[in-house]
Unconditional design. Structure first.
Length: 189
């Protein structure tokens, strides 16, 4: 079948990794087995330099075990970005707002880095980075802001509060670069 049959909003968990080009793997959605399309595969075919900063294989294998917390109030964006990061070799857990993220911290959840939206209700990303940096449990973790608020004043504020990098939401290549740089700091090769 080569047509879109339905569109659903669902948290994606790839159950079986695929060896077929263009397919990330297989997931169970609504009780049905579904092939998950690897959009980056087709972007690379259309635009050969789509991911030119791909890490070398040794670095990529070393980062397979890195656990990221993705905090964003948009279910669509979480469900889009989490599988993408998973395919890039990261384990991803998500939180729909900073309060839920801080509950994970308080429950003792261990992570290696945090990716956070800026514009969120109740507590924005600026307040979230301050709360994280104020508590020793996650204070040393690298935090990367992903946002549509890319004005220089917001970037400057985010970096001064403790974000290691401040990236536009549509800059996935930059996000991967920033994650590799942040997670490999202090690693001696």
């Amino acid at each position: 079948m080569s047509e879109i049959v339905d569109i659903v909003e669902e948290t994606l968990k790839v159950e079986i990794k695929s060896t077929r080009a263009g397919i990330m793997g297989t997931a169970i959605i609504g009780g049905k087995t579904i092939d998950i399309v690897d959009t980056s595969h087709f972007m690379k075919q259309a635009y050969g330099d789509w991911f030119t900063n791909t890490p070398d294989s040794a670095t990529h294998v070393a980062e397979r075990q890195k656990r990221l917390l993705l905090v964003d109030d948009s279910a669509f964006f979480r469900n889009f970005l989490a599988p993408y990061l998973n395919v890039e070799g990261f384990e991803v857990i998500t939180a729909e707002n900073p309060k839920k993220a801080l509950e994970l911290r308080d429950a003792g959840v261990m992570i290696d880095a945090i990716i956070s939206d800026i514009e969120m209700p109740e507590m924005d990303g600026f307040g979230f980075v301050e709360a994280v940096k104020a508590d020793h449990r996650w204070a040393a973790l690298p935090m990367i802001a992903i946002t549509s608020r890319t004005e220089e004043k917001n970037r400057t504020r985010g970096l001064s509060l403790g974000f290691r990098d401040y990236i536009a939401k549509d800059q996935h290549k930059e996000l991967i670069r920033a994650l590799h740089e942040s997670l490999n700091e202090g690693v001696v090769s």
